[in-house]
Design a protein around this ligand. Structure first.
Ligand SMILES: Cc1cc2nc3c(=O)[nH]c(=O)nc-3n(C[C@H](O)[C@H](O)[C@H](O)COP(=O)(O)O)c2cc1C
Length: 174
């Protein structure tokens, strides 16, 4: 007798997809932005390099965020990369600007050399990016393609020592 494979229920597939997505080991970064005198910082994990020459990165960005408006208006943003020791610094920026209007006042920063976008003092490294493209996912987030136009390393560390979501025990996926 042959055993017939029962197709998984839609619910089981949905659960499996969510479980697989939650297994992606994300970094935990901060995205800074500036338009005119307005500045902001938000936490970011949907971030990756996607080309070498020239160097591009992508971020997944919520369209209702304050950051999205600033990035759209200015065409620039900075990704701040941290050592694990700075977990508490990054965590303090996890609420939206709407829920925490004073959020940026807690940031210590200097303007980045090329774009003038804030770079957080505690960042081990940073990448200055110019918006090179946008793909609307139709699901509330856009994929923003950034051409890397500047950057710096303040305190080099092994990638394994970098701040990650598994390190802080948080998740933003699924
Ligand atoms: C752990 C964690 C990771 C997050 N990663 C992202 C991300 O990669 N992209 C994104 O758009 N929002 C992300 N968020 C949600 C943003 O923080 C949220 O959209 C916030 O509203 C943006 O802040 P803003 O409105 O001050 O710009 C994350 C939130 C948490 C708690």
């Amino acid at each position: 007798m042959t055993t017939q494979h029962e197709p998984d229920s839609a619910e089981a597939v949905e659960k499996a997809i969510s479980g697989a997505l939650k297994m992606i080991p994300y970094g935990f970064h901060a995205l800074t932005s500036k338009h005119g005198k307005e500045m902001n910082v938000m936490v970011l994990n949907w971030f990756s390099q996607v080309s070498f020459e020239p160097q591009h990165i992508v971020i997944g960005l919520q369209q209702t965020s304050t950051t999205y408006g600033l990035v759209e208006a200015s065409g620039h943003f900075v990704v701040n990369i941290f050592h694990q020791a700075e977990a508490d610094v990054v965590k303090q920026f996890s609420k939206s600007r709407e829920k925490n209007p004073q959020k940026f006042e807690g940031a210590h920063w200097q303007p980045a050399p090329v774009t003038g976008v804030p770079v957080l003092d505690e960042a081990a490294a940073f990448l200055e990016c110019e918006v090179a493209g946008e793909l609307d996912t139709g699901a509330g987030h856009s994929v923003i393609l950034g051409r890397v136009v500047g950057g710096g390393v303040r305190a080099s560390h092994d990638p394994g020592e970098g701040l990650t979501l598994p390190h802080v025990g948080w998740s933003y996926s699924g």
